[in-house]
Design a protein around this ligand. Structure first.
Ligand code: SF4
Length: 245
């Protein structure tokens, strides 16, 4: 399939990963799901979304478009806003933290999560941005869970770091930032497909606010088992469905 945009060559459209992720959920859950199956679901959705975004970038470049993504390690501007994640994504990040952080680093992170959560709990996107508080997972201007970061974070691809600095800094998210929007759309599709698959399998797929949900996941070691058993483990971290993090 091809789509022609005004003044440019046709850009092949990348197939949305939504239906694939929806269909993958029951297969990955298997007959007796546990925490590892939930982590695999999050990893599968992240891999599918990343692959689709890479393909979209390639197709755009093959059509003669410039896709100069400005995002770099150590550029923390966008990590000051509300992040929407699903339970498997939160549990995947919590698992990464438990496996790779020292006990001292985990304790410090939990303290940061609690302090930020006390301020940001229940805030909408605009109010969260107004706090100008960094994501508690930001360490030395880098994402401390980068390999296990949520899909919405993976979707952000800016063309202009200075625009990010202005928008996410002094303007508290109120200024537009030129983005490679197919990346955000495809990662969001992968997340949506996962949510629909979880709901169809009978699990709570309500979107969660990352800081509050990760605090819960780290404070409650059996959060995954209880969530799988139908307990409203992440109720306090629920947010309304949005189109962007
Ligand atoms: S999880 Fe990582 S990438 Fe996402 S907002 Fe937090 S620090 Fe940034």
């Amino acid at each position: 399939m091809a789509k022609r945009k005004q003044g440019g060559a046709p850009v092949r459209q990348v197939e949305s990963p939504a239906s694939g992720e929806c269909e993958a959920v029951p297969r990955l859950l298997g007959p007796n799901p546990g925490p590892q199956e939930l982590i695999r679901i999050a990893e599968h959705a992240a891999a599918s979304g990343d692959a689709a975004a890479a393909k979209a970038k390639l197709y755009a470049q093959l059509a003669g478009r410039r896709v100069d993504i400005a995002c770099r390690k150590g550029c923390p501007h966008c990590c000051h806003i509300r992040v929407m994640a699903t339970a498997p994504e939160v549990l995947c990040a919590a698992d990464f933290i438990r496996r790779t952080f020292s006990q001292e680093r985990q304790t410090a992170l939990l303290q940061k999560l609690r302090e930020t959560d006390e301020v940001t709990r229940g805030l909408d996107t605009a109010a969260r941005a107004q706090t100008r508080l960094p994501c508690p997972l930001l360490e030395d201007d880098c994402c401390s869970v980068h390999p296990a970061r949520p899909l919405r974070c993976r979707g952000l691809a800016s063309f202009d770091a200075e625009a990010c600095r202005r928008s996410f800094g002094e303007a508290a998210g109120a200024l537009p930032v030129p983005m490679f929007t197919p990346q955000a759309d495809l990662l969001e599709d992968a997340q949506s497909g996962m949510m629909v698959g979880l709901a169809a399998a009978g699990y709570d797929s309500h979107p969660l606010e990352l800081t509050a949900a990760l605090r819960i996941a780290l404070e409650e070691p059996d959060a995954a088992e209880r969530w799988l058993a139908g307990a409203p483990v992440f109720r306090a971290a629920r947010i309304a469905i949005t189109r962007r993090r």
